[in-house]
Design a binder for this molecule. Structure first.
Ligand SMILES: CC(C)(COP(=O)(O)OP(=O)(O)OC[C@H]1O[C@@H](n2cnc3c(N)ncnc32)[C@H](O)[C@@H]1OP(=O)(O)O)[C@@H](O)C(=O)NCCC(=O)NCCS
Length: 195
């Protein structure tokens, strides 16, 4: 795998950010983990401001504080993925949503990018003192379920999502354990990947 950057979104990526959302629409793919970017088309500055404020908002039943990151390929500076990390859970997120939402643009999938993106997010969680992370996914979302399982996700249960009637799987990841596993893969063998 080539060198990747896990970064805070900046103005430089304005055009790419829109193209990223457009690609999901073109491929009719569900959008997840973009920190609301799809609601800010044409107002990138507003979105940058929003995600900045998201870091420190007081947790409520509707919103919790969080941080959004871009995964970028160093060679061509291409935006590959976006991931959103919630610092706490409310009642709704505890059932559906969990601590982390993510996506990889449709034309760059199945290259291991999301697994690496999650690893970077878990490193961030560790820095924030979050030791156990909840991830939820639709049972038929094999790509997401495998990402989670490969990152030491332990299935707690499956519950029905009232919005679509589908089964949601709820997994817990022990951050330390997942990072130890990821370290072997991404860092110990003199890895190709940037931190
Ligand atoms: C879920 C998603 C982020 C995965 O991204 P990705 O970069 O393709 O994931 P990876 O390449 O890291 O693959 C993770 C694992 O899933 C497997 N996988 C990926 N796509 C798969 C597919 N279509 N069918 C079966 N397995 C798949 C990979 O082989 C890998 O497992 P392995 O390491 O054991 O081989 C991407 O499909 C996506 O953006 N989907 C739309 C948004 C979404 O569903 N987000 C999650 C909501 S819970």
């Amino acid at each position: 795998m080539e060198k990747l950057k896990f970064i805070i979104p900046t103005k430089e990526y304005e055009q790419q950010a829109y193209e990223y959302i457009q690609e999901f629409n073109d491929y009719n793919s569900p959008i997840n983990g973009v920190g609301g970017l799809n609601r800010y088309i044409g107002d990138y500055d507003g979105w940058l401001d929003k995600i900045k404020k998201d870091r420190t908002i007081a947790p409520t039943d509707k919103k919790v504080p969080g941080e959004t990151f871009f995964l970028v390929r160093e060679a061509d500076n291409k935006l590959l993925g976006i991931i959103n990390i919630r610092f706490t859970l409310n009642k709704a997120l505890l059932e559906h949503g969990g601590h982390i939402g993510y996506g990889i643009r449709p034309t760059e999938r199945r290259k291991g990018y999301n697994s690496y993106q999650l690893y970077c997010a878990l490193k961030f969680c560790q820095k924030k003192g979050i030791t156990k992370v909840l991830l939820t996914c639709n049972k038929d979302n094999i790509a997401s379920a495998k990402t989670i399982q490969n990152s030491c996700g332990v299935l707690e249960n499956e519950i029905i999502d009232p919005t679509d009637g589908k089964l949601t799987q709820r997994y817990w990841i022990n951050v330390e354990e997942a990072l130890a596993k990821g370290k072997e893969k991404y860092e110990d063998n003199n890895s190709h990947i940037l931190k």
